[in-house]
Design a protein around this ligand. Structure first.
Ligand code: SF4
Length: 170
């Protein structure tokens, strides 16, 4: 069982994962955010530092991007949201891993995005995030601002794996 790994083996696996991922290119700072549209759904991806599980070698499941903090990215993303009119019913917010992770998206910036989304006619807001970052306080703040909109927390299969749930790479 992987959850019985000795610390040395665990560290060795971390190093192997980091070595394999070391040549992964960073997303350019010139890209603040990106949009993917399908019907009445829109995915708003924001450039952020990579997932902490990925950065620490604790998870190799996905090949999400390794991005950066981009100055003014959130303002630009908010401007986009302010102009979507009634084009969408569903908006998915994601980053380079977890939109609820403070190191990727500081809470104040997350709430700026949430406040902008609250003013739209979007009915459903999907937050893509490892559940370890989904604290009651954070979700309560978001749900309160989004008021009557449906809020969905989306997370991957990796989050059900005990090691990935238990080890937070602080
Ligand atoms: S925890 Fe999730 S987002 Fe992070 S590397 Fe693993 S699969 Fe990717």
């Amino acid at each position: 069982m992987l959850d019985n790994l000795c610390p040395e083996t665990d560290m060795c696996l971390d190093q192997a994962i980091l070595a394999i991922r070391s040549k992964r290119p960073k997303v350019s700072k010139s890209l603040s955010f990106n949009i993917y549209q399908s019907g009445r759904c829109v995915q708003l991806w924001v450039n952020t530092p990579a997932c902490k599980f990925s950065l620490s070698g604790k998870c190799s499941i996905c090949d999400y991007w390794d991005g950066e903090v981009v100055e003014d990215a959130i303002n630009q993303a908010c401007k986009y949201i302010n102009n979507i009119g009634n084009a969408y019913d569903t908006l998915l917010l994601n980053t380079c891993g977890s939109c609820l992770c403070d190191e990727e998206l500081p809470f104040e910036q997350l709430m700026n995005l949430v406040s902008a989304i609250a003013k739209t006619t979007v009915k459903r807001v999907i937050l893509e995030s490892h559940p370890v970052y989904a604290t009651v306080e954070k979700l309560t703040s978001i749900v309160n601002v989004l008021d009557s909109k449906e809020v969905v927390l989306e997370y991957g299969q990796e989050a059900t794996f005990p090691l990935c749930f238990a080890i937070l790479p602080e």
